[in-house]
Design a protein around this ligand. Structure first.
Ligand code: SAM
Length: 122
């Protein structure tokens, strides 16, 4: 099974200059925890999670660019799910943006999506 079959699309994204409050609202309204940060071309620039929002509150930061993670662990649509599951475990994270060859964000895959897939197997 390939990642393509699990990915959530269209993916909810944000931009570096966006207000942290709006990012938090997007998480709550869409019931999600990972939001890729993209530029005007849709190219991946970072990722922000509820953990980062908590960190921002704790440290009094207000700008997304000050708290987002810039070195993003990604997946590609044509990768097998088990390879991605191992990557999630290795980096101790729970969601990976799926990017194309130009690093444009196509979707997202989470540990939850993979658990759901495995739960379905008899
Ligand atoms: N283990 C928890 C989890 O899986 O969400 C939280 C720990 S994780 C180290 C929290 C940090 O990982 C946050 O700063 C977040 O921005 C970062 N992060 C989340 N997904 C990421 C990804 N795909 N690539 C790089 N960093 C990521």
């Amino acid at each position: 099974i390939m990642v393509r079959e699990l990915e959530s699309k269209p993916v909810i994204i944000t931009h570096q200059e966006d207000d942290l409050k709006d990012v938090a609202r997007k998480m709550v309204d869409n019931n999600i925890n990972h939001i890729p940060v993209v530029d005007s071309e849709g190219v991946l620039r970072g990722i922000v999670t509820s953990w980062d929002i908590a960190d921002a509150v704790a440290r009094g930061k207000r700008k997304l660019r000050d708290i987002m993670t810039r070195k993003v662990v990604v997946a590609r649509e044509n990768e097998p799910v088990d390879v991605v599951a191992r990557r999630i475990d290795k980096y101790n994270i729970s969601g990976l943006p799926i990017v194309d060859d130009e690093n444009r964000v196509k979707g997202i895959v989470t540990a939850e999506d993979i658990s759901r897939l495995i739960g379905k197997v008899d």
